[in-house]
Design a protein around this ligand. Structure first.
Ligand SMILES: [Zn+2]
Length: 100
């Protein structure tokens, strides 16, 4: 339960590999009228993905659909990170960010 509360508080991660796309992504969520709690969950998923990309040695400009699939299918099921996010949100979020 404590992990879920922490995820909701995440609002920014300026050192994240995907930080350059955060403003556009935030605007997309705002325009989509997502409530702040859901925005926080989506951002937590994106922060997690950015951390995973960095730890995997994948640069932002090199991100491909295959990386998203690898993250969702191979990393998430075994991840014990405190940034682990519900898979349903990650599925909804990452295709958007990978096409940004
Ligand atoms: Zn992880």
């Amino acid at each position: 339960m404590r992990t879920r509360l922490c995820m909701r508080k995440l609002t920014d991660d300026p050192g994240n590999l995907l930080a350059p796309v955060f403003p556009a992504y935030r605007q997309t969520l705002i325009e989509g009228r997502y409530v702040p709690d859901i925005q926080g969950r989506y951002f937590a998923a994106v922060f997690h993905f950015g951390d995973w990309l960095r730890s995997s040695g994948i640069g932002m400009r090199l991100v491909r659909h295959e990386h998203v699939c690898d993250f969702l299918q191979n990393h998430l099921p075994t991840c014990t990170s405190k940034r682990h996010t519900p898979v349903s949100y990650t599925h909804l979020t990452l295709p958007t960010i990978s096409s940004a």
